[in-house]
Design a protein around this ligand. Sequence first.
Ligand SMILES: [Zn+2]
Length: 272
Amino acid sequence: MPRIGIIGGSGLYSLLDSPRTVEVDTPFGRVELSMGSLGGRSVAFLPRHGRGHRIPPFRVNYRGNLLALRKVGVERVLATNAVGGIDPKLRPGTLLVPDDFMDFTKGRAYTYYDGETEIEVGGRVIRGVVHVSMTPSSYCPELRRALVEAGRRAGVDVVDGGVYVCTEGNRFETAAEIRALRILGGDVVGMTGCPEAALARELAMCYATVAVVTNYAAGVAGAAKLTHDEVKEIFSRRMDDVRSILEGAVSLIPEERGCACKDALEGAVVSG
Ligand SMILES: [Zn+2]
C-alpha cells in the first residue's frame, strides 16, 4: 500500500515508474489514481485537473481526490501548484514551499463533515461535526522539511516559507485584489491549494506543496497581460526541477510520522 501520494498540476502525468491505473469509489464519486513507484518507494499519483487538464480549479473533486488517496493507504500528500508572485521578489520561475495559506475561494465543498456523510478515517467512522485545528502548522512540517531539503540536495533554489492565497477563479485576479492580498500578508496566489490542504487535515493526512511561480500577479511591477500560454511555458521549464524535488522528498520522508498531523482528529470531533 502506498503511504505517499502526489497531487500534481499540469505537466506531471508521467511522474511514476511502471504506473497502473486504479479506480477508487468514494461518497464523492469515483476517482482514478495512478499507482507506481518513485524514488524507490510505492507512490499514488493523482493529476488534479484530470487527464488532459480538463477540470477547472473550482470543479476539482478535492474531497473525492483526498479520500481516494486515503483509501489506498496514503498518509502523506505532496502537491504542486502553479502560482502568481504577489511579492515582487518572487520572480517567475521561483519555487516556494509555503508555510501558511489564506482561503479566499467562494463556493467549494470545504469539509467532509457535513453532518450527513459517513467518513471513515483510520477505522473510525464519523458522521457529525468536526472542527480541525490548522495550528501550529497549516502545512505538515515534516513534509515541508523534506521538500526544502530535497531542493537543497538537488542544487535547486527553493524558498522556504510564504503565504499561499487561494482565489476562486476562473479569471485571474485584478490589480486591486492583489494590492489587498499583499496588505493582508499574501506572498503567492493560486486557485487550487484550497480547500485541498484543509481537507487533508480533516483526514489526518500530512500535506505540503511546492508552488511554482509562473508569473507576477496583476499590478506587480513587471506584470503584463497574463496568458495561460506564458503560465504553461514557465511551468514546463521548471518541471524537471519539480520532479527531482518530489523524487528527493519521497526518499527523505521518514518511515514513521513524527508530526502532529496524524492526531488531527483528536479533540476535534464535536459529535461523531
Ligand atoms: Zn505531518
